[in-house]
Ligand binder design. Structure first.
Ligand SMILES: [Fe+2]
Length: 232
């Protein structure tokens, strides 16, 4: 069986602890890792995730009188494996702030207003070409609730279940041309500039949509040397 285990590339993957980002010490091991062989279930499961979870629609921007406030955006993403082959059937969970930078989450007590027409989360499955599309609004930047009060740039969170448990990936996507990208502590925790650039979507012209929505394309690679950087 082809091994799915690669040593973690410390240049293309982020530092585990990000100063000033309170969650990172909680999301990363506090002790040195112990190497062990992957188990059979880790290499073969989960099976048929798309059938076991409730998929949510790929349109979270609303319609008619219930449109979410913000810049309408189509996000087109392809999921590839380490050989560049499309990974169809991948369950992808997506969450983002609304256009004002506010999440619908009890922990988000920022002053920015919630948008009753924007829930901000979706759960989709990639098609045979590894693609999915989300109709949403562009998220706003928001301040991180720390004493030094830095701001996160607009971004979208993804959690992907690949073919096996070991190809699970939690990452984020950023937008080109955003001034806050240059100082974002999460994005810049990835040392390699090329790997950081792979986390930034590509803006492309609209393609006949009657609303002329913004269109962004993005690519996510599960594992391997060109794996998309984790962003928790
Ligand atoms: Fe976020």
């Amino acid at each position: 069986m082809k091994t799915l285990i690669h040593p973690r590339d410390e240049r293309t993957q982020p530092a585990r602890i990000v100063p000033g980002y309170p969650q990172t010490p909680l999301r990363n091991p506090g002790q040195p890792l112990v190497r062990r062989a992957p188990t059979l279930s880790e290499l073969t499961g989960p099976v048929e995730v798309a059938r076991r979870v409730r998929l949510l629609g790929g349109d979270i921007a609303g319609h008619g009188a219930k449109q979410a406030i913000g810049q309408l955006m189509h996000l087109r993403v392809r999921v590839l494996d380490e050989d560049g082959a499309p990974v169809g059937g991948t369950v992808v969970e997506i969450w983002q702030a609304n256009a004002a930078g506010r999440y619908i989450h009890p922990n988000d007590d920022d002053h920015a207003p919630p948008d009753p027409n924007f829930y901000g989360a979706a759960r989709l499955v990639t098609d045979a070409s590894g693609a999915f599309e989300l109709r949403t609004v562009k998220p706003g930047a928001y301040p991180v609730p720390t004493r030094d009060g830095w701001w996160r740039p607009p971004h979208v969170h993804f959690s992907l279940f690949g073919k096996v448990w070991l190809s699970r990936l939690v990452t984020q996507m950023y937008f080109p041309g955003e001034p806050l990208n240059a100082q974002d502590r999460i994005l810049n925790a990835v040392p390699d500039p090329a790997a950081r650039a792979c986390l930034i979507a590509r803006h492309v012209p609209p393609t006949g949509d009657p609303y002329n929505a913004l269109v962004y394309e993005h690519q996510i690679v599960l594992r391997g040397r060109t794996a998309t950087a984790e962003q928790s």
